[in-house]
Ligand binder design. Structure first.
Ligand code: ATP
Length: 642
């Protein structure tokens, strides 16, 4: 199926049946923005509904809804203003822009492909079957070293910094493929959409690039809502905005998209997970960082339990979520033979993260990151707490008090205040914020030199040993205070949707032009198609009755009573919408109140009373029965027309 996949055919169906289309197309459209039609919108909503059930409900998470417009200060603190960038380069003549790593990737992949074409052409020549003027681009012959180098660069493409990318562009003569012009060296481009809040225009803000920050800033309230119990998770679904440099590849790289994110808060000293055993035996295709760093993309199939015990995956909680992500993707219908989990390489991973894996799904654009899952350590809560002076931490009552020694600064109050006057407070705050290792250094300096220098308030203050001592004190604590670590699974709904569409798409082997989407009953926008055999008036009351019963039962159903088209034609145009079941009303229905139900992929049919068939449909939709099982109980009847 994968081999015969034709993206142009798929795209034509998606547009014709209004799954989704470029936004504002009658005005010429804007790259990276899409409008979803009835099928696309319902598919997206169903992916979110299953996500909510699978994560929020089954894992007892606290779902919130935060603001989209975010003050600049929040995103400065989180590091986005400085670091949420991609590298951009430009065609040196036309000024066309490219995301630098994507350009390198596209050019090298094209060269490797051209080399393969050259090999095939040579083979054909030696077999005497070369077709003249067949290739539009001349095949290129690469040396073995070039092939190895290109594959190595491609395996590590996410790991390069600005200078490394610049060097690759020069060394491998990467040019704009359309014009063959050279490109400028890469530069950082911040992906956030800037805005100003309020009429004065002096309160800078951004459209959020992810949903995570709204969850972090509400951490204390969430913890309180959870009765101070740890570990726990918050969740959020909503739009995020990124001003992508060069949005190509349809829904895979857009400027406005739905994200669903979980922030799971965990004790840094205990990252075990009480439900780990439920996922420990699941086998995943893993692509660890060290394999990629050697220039390979060879995956290894290994159980999550084994991967955690071998420390390939850092901890149980991270492993647990990789397992849950896998189960979610299976549930919605992703083909697991085209799913792998790729670990971030050292440069690629944020400096504060201790491990990060992407669930990558293969589609006709290659391996695409659809879900990121990172252990972000205590970074986010720490920086927001430091900036706002709000405590974003957990206080845990200890059964056995914690007794420990720590260095503290003891200013001599009689002289310290009068000496530093209005600066005394800020100096003291600076001293209190120092770590134990910094205090250790200061103590030895104070003991040997009799004075130290402290920078505070943009000034340097000399503190002599008569003004302050640094001593070891014994502390006894009944409460342990700590900043939780955060494990963050982050889902791009649009990327999952597009991959699912590709994985579900096929052409009926016996009728090449009949396209089908094999969406499972949970995801399919309409669950049941209801259609009369012909436009005989006798059928109408049955159609109304069946549709009403299904809809009252919460089953989305679509009636296709445009009986001018043959029944076979109507089946096939609705297979194109991925409707799993079709109920047909025919003359036998009028005489004995039985109907047929047809399953989309096998096109097999069962006949039964209206009640029996409607119960069966509900069982299929709510996962209590499957078509395969039902056919063991009910006899198949001959097809009405396929
Ligand atoms: N421009 C986009 N269009 C559609 N989905 C996106 C886009 N950027 C990110 N996502 C989705 O959001 C998820 C989490 O975002 P994250 O910040 O980890 O992505 P990213 O590493 O920036 O992605 P990429 O490297 O592909 O730009 C991704 O796994 C992806 O599914």
């Amino acid at each position: 199926m994968e081999k015969s996949f034709d993206r142009a055919t798929l795209e034509a169906v998606l547009t014709k049946r209004f799954f989704y289309v470029p936004s504002f197309s009658i005005y010429g459209g804007v790259a990276g923005l899409y409008d979803f039609g009835p099928i696309g919108a319902a598919l997206q909503q169903n992916l979110i509904n299953v996500w909510r059930q699978h994560f929020v409900v089954e894992e007892d998470m606290l779902e919130i809804e935060g603001a989209i417009i975010t003050p600049a200060e929040v995103l400065k603190t989180s590091g986005h203003v400085e670091k949420f960038t991609d590298f951009m380069c430009k065609d040196s003549v036309t000024q066309e822009v490219f995301r630098a790593d994507h350009l390198v990737e596209a050019v090298l992949e094209a060269r490797l492909e051209a080399d393969l074409t050259a090999q095939t052409a040579n083979a054909e020549i030696s077999a005497g079957s070369a077709k003249k003027n067949k290739a539009t681009k001349p095949p290129v012959k690469l040396t073995e070293q070039q092939i190895a180098k290109y594959n190595e660069i491609l395996a590590k493409i996410d790991n390069y910094n600005k200078q490394e990318l610049a060097d690759i562009i020069t060394e491998h003569d990467i040019r704009n493929p359309a014009t063959n012009n050279s490109v400028t060296p890469p530069n950082e481009f911040n992906l956030m959409f800037e805005t100003s809040i309020g009429p004065a225009g002096n309160h800078k803000g951004y459209l959020r690039p992810e949903t995570a920050q709204a969850q972090f800033v509400n951490f204390s309230r969430l913890l309180e809502f959870n009765n101070q119990k740890m570990p726990f998770a918050s969740a959020m679904v909503g739009r995020s905005f990124r001003n992508e440099i060069s949005p190509r590849s349809g829904l895979l790289r857009v400027r406005e998209f739905n994200m669903a994110e979980v922030e799971h808060y965990v004790d840094p000293n205990d990252k075990s997970h009480k439900k780990f055993s439920e996922v420990a035996n699941i086998k995943l295709n893993l692509l660890p960082a060290n394999v990629q760093e050697k220039g390979s993309t060879q995956t290894v199939e290994i159980s999550i339990g084994e991967a955690v015990s071998q420390k390939i995956i850092d901890n149980e909680t991270l492993g647990y979520f990789l397992g849950r992500i896998y189960l979610y993707l299976v549930k919605v219908g992703i083909d697991t033979s085209r799913l792998r989990f790729r670990q971030h390489m050292s440069n690629e991973m944020a400096h504060y993260a201790c491990d990060c894996w992407d669930a990558e799904i293969k589609n006709s654009y290659g391996w695409i990151e659809c879900v990121g899952c990172a252990d972000r350590s205590a970074y986010d809560l720490t920086v927001h707490s430091k900036k706002t002076k709000e405590k974003l931490c957990v206080r845990e009552n200890l059964e056995t008090p914690l007794v420990y020694d720590a260095l503290v600064c003891n200013p001599n109050k009689k002289v310290f205040g009068p000496k530093f006057k209005q600066n005394a407070k800020i100096i003291q705050e600076t001293l209190e914020s120092l770590s134990q290792s910094e205090l250790e250094k200061l103590k030895s300096e104070l003991d040997t030199a009799g004075k130290i220098n402290i920078d505070a308030n943009n000034q340097t203050f000399e503190i002599s040993s008569d003004l302050m001592t640094i001593n070891l004190q014994t502390f006894k604590e009944n409460v342990r205070e700590y900043t939780p670590n955060v494990i963050e699974p982050s889902f791009g709904i649009g990327r999952i949707l597009y991959s699912l569409i590709e994985h579900s798409f096929y052409l009926r082997p016996e009728a090449e032009l009949r396209t089908v989407f094999k969406f499972n009953p949970t995801i399919a926008p309409f669950k049941v198609l209801i259609l009369p055999l012909s436009n005989n008036d006798l059928f109408a009351p049955f159609l109304i009755d069946i549709a009403r019963k299904l809809r009252n039962n919460g089953v989305p159903a679509r009636v296709d009573d445009a009986a001018s088209a043959s029944i076979g034609r109507r089946y096939s145009r609705n297979d194109e919408l991925g409707i799993p079941f079709a109920i047909t009303v025919d003359f036998q229905t009028v005489s004995d109140k039985t109907i047929t139900i047809r399953e989309r992929d096998s096109t097999n049919q069962i006949r039964g009373s209206i009640e029996v068939i409607l119960d069966l449909v509900a069982d299929f939709i709510y996962g209590r029965n499957t078509w395969a099982k039902a056919t063991e109980t009910y006899q198949l009847v001959s097809s009405t027309s396929d």
